[in-house]
Design a protein around this ligand. Structure first.
Ligand code: G4P
Length: 191
């Protein structure tokens, strides 16, 4: 997606060979116009898939997921990483290990909002090692719902996540595919 790649080139900061900072438009300050374009792009890619729900994870997945939900006309559920005062329903839970942060967290969604008739699209901001996406897919499978696909805003293609998800049979649609962050420079996959 051209506008996203340009934004990454103009405002992204390469923190190391592995980490790209996009706090200017995605992870802290949010660019609503870009998010709207991102929502339209996800909707275009998945418009014929019969999606009934979008599933994401707090915090940074929420903005692109809501925009995609708006375009597709379906509700958006965000998995919680922290205990909620009000979420007292029965929960689907999954453990997610972050290789980037070296932390494990339990993610959860209420069983009220997802059922066996749902066709769910997973959306997240980053794909690195694929653990968050797998955790979200696990929550969807616990509800006996279908994972229609996984939509990613920025994929770090030099890490293992994409292949892991493809090997498990998931459709992966990434709007920007970063091939390398070496020498402080962002390069994108061209295929
Ligand atoms: P994985 O789910 O693909 O295995 O990724 P990983 O555990 O390695 O990443 C965990 C967290 O780190 C996620 O944020 C993810 O978005 C973020 N992350 C991974 N690589 C990068 C990167 O290069 N740049 C930035 N900016 N973030 C990265 P999170 O903990 O869920 O945080 P948030 O959603 O609350 O912002």
């Amino acid at each position: 997606m051209h506008a996203l790649e340009q934004k990454i080139l103009n405002e992204g900061i390469v923190l190391s060979d592995k980490v790209l900072k996009v706090d200017a438009f995605l992870n802290h300050q949010i660019d609503p116009v870009l998010m709207q374009q991102i929502g339209k792009e996800f909707a275009a890619r998945f418009k014929d898939a019969g999606i009934t729900k979008i599933i994401t994870i707090e915090a940074s997945g929420i903005a692109p997921a809501v925009m995609a939900g708006l375009e597709l006309g379906v509700p958006v559920i965000f998995a919680r990483k922290y205990q909620s005062l009000t979420l007292k329903d029965d929960l689907y839970r999954s453990k997610v290990f972050s290789f980037t942060k070296q932390t494990e967290s339990t993610i959860a969604i209420s069983n009220k909002h997802l059922n066996s008739h749902d066709k769910a699209l997973v959306i997240d901001d980053f794909l690195a090692n694929g653990q968050a996406a797998l955790g979200l897919a696990d929550l969807i499978h616990q509800a006996n719902a279908e994972v229609v696909g996984i939509g990613i805003v920025i994929e770090k293609s030099f890490q293992s996540g994409r292949q892991l998800l493809l090997d498990k049979g998931y459709r992966v649609e990434s709007l920007a595919r970063v091939q390398s962050l070496e020498n402080g420079t962002v390069t994108f996959c061209r295929d």
